[in-house]
Design a protein around this ligand. Structure first.
Ligand code: FAD
Length: 369
């Protein structure tokens, strides 16, 4: 393991400690802690060193994401949003925007990425949020829903309609006309700051609109989502690692019918399935990250596949872990109960399982028909 990755893991371990359960119950991670991790570059670890980042490869950053995800999916969700924001600015932004915003994101400021709207979930071509240029300003109007990290964010990366196409605009969360209303009762990842975000005639400098405005929405959205899928996939590997560890420890110590649970073959099968799931998801993530690091065009399919396999296996694996622990894992306060709730959301975000399957189905036809 590289020194930088090891140091980032150590920092995360020390700051997270045994707090994820209480964060889950209160629905919030202390702002100072998130900002400290952000200021050390841990939340968007792939940002190059010239912009204050850790400069990790996708593979290294993925391992860090899985590690944080094994401890706390809410914090991992904040990493995904921060990383996705930084990647969008790196990839689509011009030199001015990179210089202005990337050092802020590695210096303790926090970001959220907003695509979804009340009537535009899976179908982002139905977005209604408008970005209009007016002299030296850009004006944003619309409503975004379920925006992870928005309750913590200093800057919002907003996707919207622009003329006949789409654009991305960077909106400081403190701009007059921005309303952020936290969603208090999410099924899982309860401390991830999911919010409804309204924009009422919000004015920002025109240079906050990223280059390439007017392109089809799909092109812009895919850039951000590729990063998001990779990050969520690694997060799912983390969920499976937490579930595997908790299940193996419990099955090795709890005794029923005169022997360890692990000695009952049906329980051993649960452990085997968890191991297979964790290993398969890890291999799919590693492949996708290698494609990313090598700049291979295969990365689009590889990240979709990793995300789909990761999410479906995490849901199944977390349910299996609750089964192995039974009453010991059947209430708030146990990591497997939290994993069970958190994992289900992974099948909805960054392209639901069905949307991933549609894209993978097209790929199957293109390659195998
Ligand atoms: P819908 O699009 O209404 O879909 C409902 C169901 O129908 C799903 O099962 C879907 O798979 C299925 N379906 C839809 N179309 C098809 C089709 N053509 N074929 C087959 N099945 C189909 N959005 C952001 O912009 N930023 C965020 O940070 C963010 N974070 C989120 C965090 C959480 C915890 C959640 C729950 C959501 C988040 N979202 C975020 C929103 C998320 O991207 C959407 O919820 C997701 O795209 C699905 O949209 P929807 O919920 O409107 O479901």
């Amino acid at each position: 393991m590289g020194d930088t990755l090891a140091e980032a893991r150590e920092l995360a371990t020390g700051l997270i400690g045994d707090q994820p359960d209480s964060w889950d119950r209160t629905g919030a991670i202390p702002d100072t802690l998130v900002r400290e991790l952000g200021a050390k570059g841990v939340l968007c670890a792939e940002v190059p060193r010239e912009f204050g980042g850790l400069g990790l490869s996708s593979l290294e950053s993925g391992e860090l994401t899985a590690y944080v995800g094994s401890l706390c999916s809410s914090l991992r969700s904040l990493m995904t949003s921060q990383g996705m924001a930084a990647w969008t600015i790196s990839r689509i932004g011009g030199p001015w925007q990179r210089k202005q915003f990337l050092p802020a994101l590695t210096g303790g400021e926090l970001a959220a990425v907003a695509f979804s709207e009340p009537d535009a979930g899976s179908d982002l071509s139905a977005m209604e949020t408008r970005i209009v240029l007016d002299g030296s300003s850009a004006v944003v109007d619309g409503t975004k829903v379920w925006i992870t990290a928005a309750a913590y964010a200093d800057v919002l990366v907003v996707f919207g309609r622009y003329g006949e196409g789409a654009a991305v605009v960077l909106v400081p969360a403190s701009t007059p006309g921005v309303r952020i209303e936290r969603i208090p009762d999410a099924l899982g990842c309860r401390a991830a700051g999911h919010s409804v975000v309204g924009f009422d005639g919000v004015r920002v400098p025109a240079e906050n609109v990223l280059p390439g405005a007017g392109q089809p929405p799909g092109l812009l959205v895919t850039t951000a989502l590729s990063y998001g899928r990779m990050s969520v996939a690694w997060g799912c590997a983390g969920i499976l690692r937490a579930c595997l560890a908790a299940s193996a420890r419990h099955a090795a110590t709890r005794r029923q019918f005169g022997s360890r649970l692990a000695d009952h073959q049906l329980v051993a099968r649960h452990l085997a399935e968890l191991l297979v799931a964790e290993q398969s998801v890890t291999r799919a993530c590693e492949h996708a990250s290698r494609c990313w690091d090598e700049g291979s065009p295969e990365v689009v399919t590889a990240s979709l596949l990793a995300k789909h396999v990761g999410a479906t296996q995490a849901v199944r694996g977390a349910a299996t872990a609750v089964q192995v622990l039974a009453s010991a894992g059947a209430r708030d306060g146990h990591a497997v109960a939290r994993a069970h709730r958190d994992a289900k959301l992974m099948e909805i975000i960054e392209g639901s399982s069905e949307i991933c399957q549609l894209a993978l189905g097209e790929q199957a036809l293109a390659v195998w028909a």
